[in-house]
Structure formats: structure tokens, C-alpha cells
Write a protein that binds this ligand. Structure first.
Ligand SMILES: NC(=O)c1ccc[n+]([C@@H]2O[C@H](COP(=O)([O-])OP(=O)(O)OC[C@H]3O[C@@H](n4cnc5c(N)ncnc54)[C@H](O)[C@@H]3O)[C@@H](O)[C@H]2O)c1
Length: 456
């Protein structure tokens, strides 16, 4: 099948490459000529485990090409819209202008009967808006196929997703011929695209447009709620002397609760969760559903509060930040990606610098992305060099290589053995045995008292 993928960022590049690996002929279209140039040469424009191999394979087989020209998508039978839907600059709602431009640019090149399928995360009503743009083409069916991949495991998530969701006109009732049970037009086209996944038993849910538009935001809102819940409880632990890591471990053993996303720390960031919960809020408010609006407002503010909590704790550990040399481990918004969009680590690093600290940031993959956006910070690619002379070490993104750091080796590099483990991933006992003071959110009960920290 010939398929086009419009928008080749973290979602689209992976989607295009995995579809090609399933045997389809795929053209990726993007307005960013630099990105297209790299992708066309088989080079990922960002770090995503496994993507480089898929791009190389797609190039070798000739099934995967990239272009800035929408005309190159003209003979595709299915077009996936994967452009960004960032937070609007003027409100909490999503900015749909990239989606509108992409649909308008695609319109003159649509072959008769080709399907247009959205994958971006969008608010309810987006399909109606796009239908307006495609009004002159009643032969072109629309569908919404929200994407649930996670950066860092995006290739695996695309090849073995938990589920496929198809939002179609009229929902499930209209998607199949009642006499034969055979799927109609756009559902059949999507089944053909995902045939290898369906054959492997991946569940497929067919629903109406509003449901498909809401599912992704609702899923992200739930995950964000879980993170903010345990972060709020971590404050309670600090206030009471309880240990949030032991508490969440015990809570997570209840299968009704589950341990994933129940880990207290610096909170979430990135290009999706924060803007998705704000968009969810704004949709709820527009639809007059105050409970969801209020709920998401609290989840968002608890999340942002973790960043101020971390800065306050850093100031406490240093006896004031002015003039202190601090090292920040991690710049990406989470491990296994170089994405620094709304990175909690960089936000905290910038606030430390604004408070007068001399901040050195290091990261295994994201230094190049980060330094362009934060010129006030010093970046260092080598972990060892970044740690030299530090009076406080902050672990802000839980890359494996930071989890595995040796407290004695790091102790030989720093000026003071004080670590703020804002992701609660270090073993405090092992670090304290090497003379370190270890602090983390919700773990006040298990650490050395502040008064014992030597001052220079
Ligand atoms: N990143 C994720 O993990 C993830 C997961 C699921 C869903 N999503 C959703 O997918 C969408 C894209 O997210 P992303 O992280 O890939 O964003 P991104 O910013 O990495 O990629 C968007 C791409 O679209 C391109 N683009 C913009 N306007 C265009 C146009 N008119 N025509 C062609 N290309 C255009 C940009 O140049 C960019 O390469 C968002 O709605 C996001 O919420 C993202």
C-alpha cells in the first residue's frame, strides 16, 4: 500500500519508518527541509532507540522516502496527519494551525477516494473543522487514529501497540456492513495498513470521532493525575517522616492501583503531557464541564510545584544558591530521548542559575538540543567533567548511567558530597555509606539531617 505521513517529528518519523518496515511504501512529508534532508539520508533528526536501523532499512529497500513536496504524496491511498499540536501561545488550548496548513497543502494532491487519517493529539471538534477544509471532496473519507507511542520506546510501541483506535463517521455501528460484518471504506483501509498488527492479535477499537479525539487526552490526563497524586503525597511524607518510595511500592502492589507512574519525583514535562492536560482542561471548560477543568488545574499546579520544591530544597542544601557551583544531571524531559521540550530538569537548572548559582548541566543525549535554548547555562557532555568541583549534585533526569553512578567515584570529583536525587532513583544507604548527604522528595525520614552538612 502507498501511504503518506505528513509531519515527520517524534511521532511521524517513527510512524513512517515502522509502516515501511511492515512492507508499505511510505513517503514522509515535512516542511522542515533540514529534517527531511537528514531523514532522506537515513539519519534520525533526533535520538530514538531503534529508529536509525528502521530508517536505514527503509532506505535500503527503497520503501521509505522523504520530501518537502506535497505533490510526492499524490498517489498515496492513505495520508496520516502527524503534525504538531502545541499549546497555543495565547491560551491553554491546542494550536491547530499546523494541522490546518497541512490539510490545505494536501488538498490539491488527494487522489480519488484516498483516506485522510489524523494521528496528532487534538481537541474534540477537530475532525469537523478538517471536514470543512475538505468540503469539496466528499469522496475522501476521514478517520482519527490517535497515537499512544512513548518517546524512548516509540519503535516498540508502534510495532507492538497495546491497542489501535479508529475514530470513524457514525462510530462502530456505521463502520461495518450489518449483513456481512465486513468493514466499510476507511475502516477497511486502516485494517489494510495495520494488517500485520491485527494478525498478531493487537486489539482494534472502532468508535466515533469525539471518542477518538478525547481518548488520548483522557489517557494522558489519567497518567498525569497519578504522577501528581504521588508527588502531593510525597509532600505529606516530608511533613510526617514517612518514606514515599516505600509507600508507593506498597501501594503499587495492589493490582487495582499498579506501580507504573506512581513514582514520586520532579514531575512530568515534554511535548505531550503538559499541553495535553491543558488542552483537556480547556475543552472541558468550553463544554461546561467544570469538574474536569478544576481537576486538571490542580494536577498541573501540583506538577509545576515540584520544580519550585526542588529549587527550594537545593537552596536549603547549599545554604543559599548565590555563587554556589551546582551540577545538574539530565537535560531531556525524560530518559532515552533528546527531547528538551518543557523539560523539568532544564526549568529547574534555569531557576538555579537565576538565583545566582553557577550551573553546569550534562546529559547523555540532549546537550546539543539544550544549549541553544538555555544560553545562560553551562553545558558539559562528559559526566565526569560536569561533576568536577560541584558543591551540590542534582539528579533531575533518571538516565540509567546516572542511576549507576558510583558514589565513591563521584565523591572524588565533587567539592561537597551532597546530592539532591529529585527522581528518587539512587540508593540512599549506598551513597550515605560513602559520606554523602542524600535528599529526595518524600524521603526526609531516611536522610542525614541538614545540620550535618559541612559548609565552606
Ligand atoms: N511525541 C510523542 O511521543 C507523541 C506521542 C503521541 C502523540 N503525539 C502527538 O503527535 C503530534 C506530533 O507530535 P511530535 O512530538 O511528533 O511533534 P514534533 O514537533 O516533533 O513534529 C511535528 C512535525 O510536523 C512538522 N510540520 C509542521 N507543520 C507542517 C505542515 N504544514 N506540513 C508538514 N509538516 C509540518 C514539523 O516540521 C515537525 O517536524 C502532536 O499532536 C502530539 O501531541 C506525540
Amino acid at each position: 500500500m502507498k501511504i503518506s505521513v505528513i509531519g515527520c517529528g517524534y511521532l511521524g518519523a517513527v510512524h513512517a519508518a515502522t509502516l515501511a518496515s511492515m512492507g508499505h511504501t511510505v513517503v514522509g512529508i515535512d516542511v522542515d527541509a533540514g529534517k527531511v534532508d537528514r531523514l532522506a539520508r537515513g539519519l534520525p533528526p533526533f535520538f530514538e532507540p531503534g529508529l536509525d536501523e528502521l530508517l536505514r532499512d527503509g532506505r535500503t529497500t527503497g520503501r521509505l522516502t522523504f520530501s518537502t513536496e506535497f505533490a510526492d504524496a499524490a498517489d498515496a491511498q492513505v495520508h496520516f496527519l502527524c503534525v504538531g499540536t502545541p499549546q497555543s501561545k495565547t491560551s491553554d488550548g491546542a494550536d491547530l494551525s499546523f494541522l490546518v496548513s497541512a490539510a490545505e497543502a494536501l488538498l490539491p494532491h488527494l487522489a480519488r477516494g484516498a483516506a485522510v487519517v489524523g494521528k496528532s493529539t487534538v481537541p474534540v471538534g477537530t475532525v469537523d473543522m478538517l471536514r470543512g477544509i475538505l468540503a469539496g471532496r466528499p469522496d475522501v473519507p476521514l478517520a482519527w487514529n490517535p497515537e499512544f507511542l512513548r518517546q524512548g520506546t516509540a519503535v516498540k510501541d508502534s510495532l507492538v501497540p497495546d491497542r489501535l483506535v479508529y475514530g470513524v463517521e457514525g462510530g462502530k455501528a456505521a463502520a461495518f456492513n450489518p449483513a456481512t460484518g465486513a468493514p466499510r471504506a476507511v475502516t477497511a483501509a486502516l485494517d489494510a495498513v495495520y494488517e500485520p498488527l491485527l494478525n498478531a492479535g493487537i486489539p482494534r477499537l472502532v468508535c466515533n470521532f469525539a471518542t477518538a479525539e478525547l481518548i488520548k487526552s483522557a489517557a494522558n490526563a489519567f497518567l498525569a493525575t497519578k504522577v501528581s497524586f504521588i508527588n502531593a503525597v510525597s509532600e505529606l511524607c516530608d511533613a510526617s517522616g514517612a518514606d514515599v518510595t516505600e509507600l508507593s511500592e506498597a501501594m503499587g502492589m495492589d493490582p487495582r492501583i499498579g506501580s507504573r507512574y506512581l513514582h514520586a519525583g520532579l514531575g512530568f514535562g515534554g511535548g505531550c503531557l503538559p499541553k495535553d492536560i491543558r488542552s483537556f482542561r480547556s475543552q472541558a471548560s468550553a463544554l461546561g464541564v467544570g469538574s474536569v477543568d478544576d481537576w486538571m488545574g490542580v494536577v498541573d499546579s501540583i506538577n509545576l510545584h515540584q520544580r519550585s520544591r526542588t529549587v527550594d530544597l537545593a537552596a536549603e542544601l547549599c545554604g543559599g544558591l548565590a555563587g554556589r557551583s551546582v551540577t545538574v544531571l539530565g537535560a531531556s524531559f525524560k530518559p532515552e530521548t533528546d527531547d528538551t521540550r518543557d523539560s523539568p530538569a532544564l526549568d529547574v537548572a534555569a531557576r538555579l542559575a537565576a538565583a545566582g548559582a553557577h550551573v553546569t548541566v550534562t546529559d547523555p543525549k540532549a546537550v546539543n538540543h539544550a544549549w541553544m535554548r538555555y544560553p545562560q547555562l553551562r553545558f558539559e557532555a562528559s559526566t565526569e567533567r560536569a561533576l568536577e568541583g560541584a558543591e551540590l549534585v542534582l539528579l533531575l533526569t533518571e538516565w540509567d548511567e546516572y542511576r549507576r553512578l558510583s558514589p565513591s567515584a563521584v565523591g572524588g570529583l565533587v567539592r561537597r558530597r551532597v546530592v539532591l536525587d529529585a527522581r528518587n532513583v539512587l540508593d540512599p544507604a549506598a551513597w550515605e555509606a560513602e559520606g554523602w548527604t542524600v535528599r529526595g522528595p518524600g524521603r526526609a525520614g531516611s536522610t542525614v539531617r541538614l545540620a550535618e552538612i559541612p559548609h565552606f
